[in-house]
Design a protein around this ligand. Sequence first.
Ligand code: SAM
Length: 224
Amino acid sequence: MPTLYIVATPIGNLSDTTERAKQTLAAVDAILCEDTRVTSKLLSVFGIKRTLVAYHQHSDDHDVKKILEMLKEGKSLALVTDAGTPGISDPGGRLVEAVVRELGETVTIVPIPGACAAIAALSVSGFPTDSFTFLGFPPHKKGRQTFFRDLVEMSATVVFYESTHRIEKCLDELNANVPARRIVVCRELTKMHETIYRGTAADVTERLKKTSIRGEFVVVIAPR
Ligand code: SAM
């Protein structure tokens, strides 16, 4: 039976690659990856040599069709993205959707779980996680104001991703909309400069400016 493995890779620290991820990547016919350079580096650390096929946000219907053909031929494929769990705010989800829609139960889809930045951030937040809302990335322009305004009414813990270019702006928007709410901003999780900032948006802004506003960020907001 053709199989598509959805393989989580580290979000920074290569030691977070699971044994099962390594075994799977070494065994499949080909690995679908967001950036072949990023995946090649990871594979070379573990001495894994496999055919790489690009699958990223600019992949079109033709690229998806080629992947579906490989599965129809009975191949086993692994899907990885640049970091973390494929499908969580990255192009992975679109491919799984196409495989389910076009090939249904003729393909087995197997999760190989591991690192996910949102889940790592929630785990250290200290906020309730029996229920939470994951919002992906805030919109860049249209819809951004509404995104931050809607946080005011949210009654569960909220977690979202923000890029290094917009983190300062994001904190200003949080300060404008939910100034008293406790937040946790996780920077560079599992990496050398991992830092976890806690406080109100104003507190975090002040501390972030003193250290560095560069890196990858996850923002967690306490419930109303
Ligand atoms: N699928 C990935 C996952 O499972 O976490 C997320 C992919 S999304 C395209 C990339 C975003 O995740 C980054 O812009 C950042 O907000 C967050 N992220 C990824 N790695 C991170 C890290 N080491 N520390 C903090 N945030 C990280």
